[in-house]
Design a protein. Structure first.
Length: 568
């Protein structure tokens, strides 16, 4: 077992870690002082290896883009993939007999994953991106030697770790404490995009004079008509999230969100919509953003921005208000966290509050000398924001499922972008529901962009939802960007009354699907396996088994006194 530290001048030092074994767990570690200042550290790069033709596979949690993938030791051309930062703090290898599963227990916020093949030799190892400094923590990985060693057993070990050591709590326990969360867990998620400016923006750094006009897709009155149509069609369990309710619509003027957009009807009509929606038994929350800042904002201030290592401001993609600048997590909480949460709660929003972006991207270090932050500290400030939302609204949601947020996250909008095995790194063979096995029964989630609005898509998309489990996600006006449609080309819209009725009929199918799955909603997912070509069996902790058959487009549920079948 070797460690190599790559220095700023390109030199490499080979180091020896400490190794301690107790039972079936081996802890491998190295003191941060021994590592010293390094650009990055490759940890046990010589440990998990295989040869072409070996039985087994790697389990690779690269990032939220690709989800968790399996790499079989079949013939591949030489290739290597390095994640930016891994979204789940573990990795593993299934062998012909048993398996080895590593959990990153020290310096985990700096963890990236490297996997590749060269001349028929396969390798996978952690890389810790220390960026020219001494690591904040000692680097440590705990390896579990497993009897079966497949990804189901690895996920079970990781779930136990998350519940016992990382502050996660079963969903069925949390819903008993908060009726707002209980209603959400019983409801499909419905995001309604109300308004936005052109994407991509024709203006890089907008001002009040150069700001483009906002497209109004549906104002507050129109959303109220949508809620009425839900009731007419018998959808009695839904949680509405208003996207773009804020000043100048979706991604309008962050971090400014107030006042509620006048072009949508203003504050009085928003309050009426919230009150009426809750009176009908539905939750309703508002979409916000805790990451981005735009020059057009009335709250624009370079003081709170995150700085990179070279002292420049960290800039993100261009959206409705032009180029987004990243806000330091600490300053976000201190300057806006309390005020925004209290004012949103006073409007009447209630349910699983949504804050965009933060759980789909790796945490960035802040080098601003006025508020420097490590990634570990950034995670702490984001969790404080999440916990405040739980108190104010009942729950917290964001865009994906980064591990640092697991103990404070109630719903993930999607776990990965790709669930159709397309656009994966060359080293990967297929996506596996590893995250889902770990967190089903702990965090509500929609599996991916592939499964949102699935009744407007193909049968395979709907079947994938049943296979990977979760809570259905509806996005009304999903496609708003001219140059990117990551949610799929299909959309659910409500431009006319007829189109709204047709859209709600598609949503009704998703609501019925979620009710059909109510027996497994709070159960852990114990195993997922392919039992034949196109046929998958998913076993839950309460003794219920789901069989998803892509060949017959059929889902079967069976368990103690339960047997039912659904044809897609």
């Amino acid at each position: 077992m070797k460690v190599r530290a790559i220095r700023a001048d390109g030199s490499i030092d080979i180091l020896e870690p400490a190794v301690e074994t107790k039972g079936n767990i081996t802890t491998v570690s190295i003191k941060k002082e021994e590592v010293g200042a390094a650009e990055y550290v490759d940890f046990l790069y010589d440990y998990l290896t295989a040869r072409e033709g070996d039985e087994g596979y790697f389990v690779l949690p690269f990032d939220c883009q690709n989800g968790v993938t399996a790499c079989y030791f079949n013939h591949k051309e030489d290739t290597e993939f390095v994640s930016d930062f891994s979204h789940i703090y573990c990795y593993g290898m299934k062998k012909a007999e048993g398996g080895i599963f590593g959990i990153i227990t020290g310096c985990k916020y700096d963890y990236a994953l490297v996997a590749g093949v060269k001349d028929g030799s396969y390798y996978a190892y952690p890389r810790f991106k220390t960026e020219g400094e001494i690591p904040e923590d000692d680097i440590e990985v705990q390896y579990y030697y497993l009897e079966n060693g497949d990804y189901n057993e690895m996920a079970a070990v990781y779930r136990k770790n998350q519940l016992e050591k990382e502050g996660c709590e079963p969903l069925e326990v949390r819903v008993k404490r908060d009726p707002r969360l209980a209603r959400a867990a019983d409801s499909i998620a419905v995001r309604v995009r109300q308004g936005w400016k052109p994407v991509p923006s024709p203006v890089e750094n907008q001002t009040a004079d150069t700001e483009p006009d906002m497209v109004v897709a549906c104002d507050y009155d129109r959303v109220g008509q949508l809620v009425d149509e839900f009731e007419r069609q018998g959808i009695d369990k839904a949680e509405f999230c208003l996207v773009g309710w804020n000043r100048m619509g979706h991604d309008g003027r962050y971090p400014q969100i107030f006042p509620p957009e006048p072009k949508l009807g203003g504050e009085e009509k928003l309050r009426r919509l919230i009150k009426n929606t809750k009176a009908m038994g539905y939750n309703i929350v508002g979409h916000t953003n805790a990451s981005d800042a735009y020059t057009v904002s009335e709250l624009w201030d370079e003081e709170y921005l995150l700085k990179t290592r070279d002292g420049s401001f960290f800039k993100m993609d261009s959206w409705s208000s032009g180029r987004a600048h990243k806000i330091c997590p600490k300053r976000m909480y201190e300057r806006f966290g309390e005020d925004h949460n209290e004012r949103l709660a006073e409007l009447g929003f209630e349910g699983i509050h949504y804050s965009d972006v933060i759980t789909i991207l790796a945490i960035k270090r802040c080098f601003n000398p006025d508020h420097p932050l490590t990634r570990k500290e950034g995670a702490m400030w984001y969790r404080k924001l999440m916990e405040r939302a739980r108190v104010n609204f009942g729950g917290f949601s964001s865009e994906s499922g980064y591990d640092y947020a697991a103990s404070s996250l109630d719903y993930a909008m999607y776990i990965s972008f790709h669930l159709d095995n397309k656009d994966m790194p060359d080293i990967c063979d297929e996506q596996i529901p590893f995250w889902e096995i770990v967190y089903h029964g702990i965090i509500l989630y929609n599996p991916g962009t592939y499964t949102l609005n699935y009744t407007a898509k193909k049968k395979e998309n709907r079947l994938k939802f049943f296979e990977f489990g979760g809570r259905p996600l509806v996005c009304v006006y999903a496609n708003f960007a001219a140059d990117r449609n990551w949610m799929g080309l299909e959309d659910i819209r409500m431009d006319t009354d007829e189109e709204m009725r047709e859209s709600v009929s598609k949503i009704k199918v998703m609501a019925d699907d979620y009710k059909w799955l109510e027996e497994v909603r709070f159960a852990f997912m114990d195993s997922h396996k392919r039992v034949a070509d196109g046929v998958y069996e998913i076993a839950y902790s309460n003794g219920i088994t789901l069989t998803v058959d892509y060949n017959l487009a059929k889902v079967t549920m069976q368990g103690d006194g339960i047997w039912k079948e659904l044809t897609i």
